[in-house]
Ligand binder design. Sequence first.
Ligand code: ZN
Length: 92
Amino acid sequence: MTGEDRPVPVVDDDSRDFWCGGATGQLLIGACTVCERLFHPPAPICPGCYSRSIGSRRVSGRGTVESYTVVRRPWVPGYEPPYVVARVVLAE
Ligand SMILES: [Zn+2]
């Protein structure tokens, strides 16, 4: 399987900035305009204060791998194992 065969993500109002930011070289993460919390995955409400006043913020892309696993059995259609799933804590 090549990268062209992989399923494409669903882009909606909540996830558009995240999925499309790369076209301009930006990593855009959900950001609450009330409490300023950054969050991912994209969501229509802030997971911290439950505000619906949501935007996005450009982040550096720097971070630390907090945990990872190597997926060795089929789990997600279109992604042939083995592949790595990682939890990354952003520098921000
Ligand atoms: Zn908030």
